[in-house]
Design a binder for this molecule. Structure first.
Ligand SMILES: C[S@@+](CC[C@H](N)C(=O)[O-])C[C@H]1O[C@@H](n2cnc3c(N)ncnc32)[C@H](O)[C@@H]1O
Length: 217
């Protein structure tokens, strides 16, 4: 399966970190819940590392779930796909768990801040003992004086990989691009929401404005 989001040079490494962390932690038969699974690329990576787990992917887009069903066919009955809206995760049936790992990749920037905090709280309540919550997403930049450094990171990635990421000409343009389908939260917001949910918080990998964050009860 090809990565559906190829124009993103740091993604391969960060996805590898997420999939490897889950593969190292999980015991045979453990369940992994993927919030905003899209076409199932993380499930595909997990299956390459650990064929003995159970995987459930949730997304609100039926067509993505149909593609995920085809992509994850090698999982057989060990993979299940659920259509549902993370704006109201508690109302989605079939996600009871408890889960060894709850993971979400490049999806939280689509949720408003209340839904982000609510979903983190829900995840904390549905982890198995020793389980982890892994949140991989863009984080919000707030310091105009430091924006040239982020631009330097983007330019460096483009030089190395021959393709770039979502970028902006200046901080005003960056802020202008924020909106209902692009509302990343700051690292400080995430730290506070994890703490409010009773989760220990630690960034696992940070590259400019893209973070892999981990929480555990
Ligand atoms: C950028 S894609 C990432 C997909 C996948 N995690 C990946 O990395 O390949 C974001 C996904 O989140 C889903 N999504 C966004 N908001 C959602 C919501 N409120 N409820 C459920 N799914 C949502 C979208 O439908 C989309 O499939």
């Amino acid at each position: 399966m090809e990565d559906p989001i190829r124009r993103h040079p740091t993604r391969a490494e960060q996805l590898d970190i997420v999939a490897t962390a889950i593969a190292d932690l999980a015991r045979p038969g453990d369940g992994v819940l993927d919030l905003g699974c899209g076409t199932g690329y993380l499930g595909h990576l997990l299956r390459q590392r650990r064929g003995d787990l159970r995987y459930v992917g949730v997304d609100r887009k039926g067509e993505s779930l149909a593609a995920a069903a085809a992509n994850l066919a090698p999982w057989g009955d060990a993979a299940r796909l659920v259509e549902g809206d993370l704006d109201a995760i508690a109302a989605i049936a079939g996600l009871e768990g408890p889960w060894r790992a709850i993971v979400t990749v490049l999806t939280f920037h689509d949720l408003d801040d209340q839904a982000k905090a609510r979903t983190i709280g829900w995840a904390a309540r549905h982890l198995a003992p020793g389980g982890v919550f892994l949140l991989y997403d863009r984080i919000r930049l707030t310091e105009p004086a430091l924006f040239p450094l982020q631009q330097s990171l983007w330019a460096r990635l483009e030089r190395i990989h021959g393709e770039g990421m979502r970028t902006a000409a200046d901080f005003a343009a960056y802020e202008h691009d924020l909106g209902t389908d692009n509302r990343p939260a700051t690292l400080a917001d995430y730290a506070a929401w994890f703490a409010a949910a009773g989760l220990a918080f630690q960034p696992l990998h940070l590259h400019g404005n893209i973070a892999v964050m981990a929480g555990a009860v």
